[in-house]
Write a protein of this length. Structure first.
Length: 161
């Protein structure tokens, strides 16, 4: 599989017209396969899209020292960012061409502390996708230890072009 790349400048991101011409599943697969740039936040937060299926995506990532809070632990924003990314992308994967989405709300539950250097997988599944809203859930699990580090859920509004 080709190496994924993340946009380093706005010019490297696909245009809205290019994105609208693809179904959400086609777009997610194009990122996974390295045909279009992924979101710059993935570089900052050290995670990447790992798997894409209709209604389900997985990201893999590793928090690092640069993701610490002032008390010496992995910042809750790291958990929230990988969860929000997986939740939104799972919703995108069920949308037809010409549709988009935005997050109405999302919830994060931290269940245990992550140590820097721990490889985790954040897997999200769509529970409901209607005409105007979609609901998804996600879990962050340690790849080596199988422990649950966090869970999350979202409600997204579906937008028509």
């Amino acid at each position: 599989m080709p190496e994924q790349f993340v946009a380093k400048s706005p010019e490297e991101l696909p245009s809205r017209a290019e994105v609208a011409a693809m179904s959400g599943l086609e777009y997610m697969r194009a990122i996974l396969e390295g045909r279009v740039a992924g979101a710059p936040i993935a570089e900052v937060m050290n995670f990447r899209l790992h798997e894409v299926n209709e209604g389900e995506v997985a990201f893999r990532g590793t928090p690092e020292f640069k993701h610490f809070n002032p008390m010496g632990g992995v910042h809750g924003g790291w958990y929230g960012t990988i969860l929000d990314s997986a939740l939104g992308c799972s919703v995108a994967s069920v949308l037809p061409a010409g549709s988009g989405y935005t997050t109405l709300e999302y919830k994060v539950n931290l269940t245990r502390a992550l140590k820097p250097g721990t490889l985790v997988e954040c897997r999200s599944r769509v529970q409901h996708a209607g005409r105007s809203t979609a609901v998804a859930e996600a879990t962050i699990v340690g790849v080596e230890d199988g422990k649950i580090y966090a869970t999350g859920s979202t409600t997204c509004i579906i937008l028509k072009a």
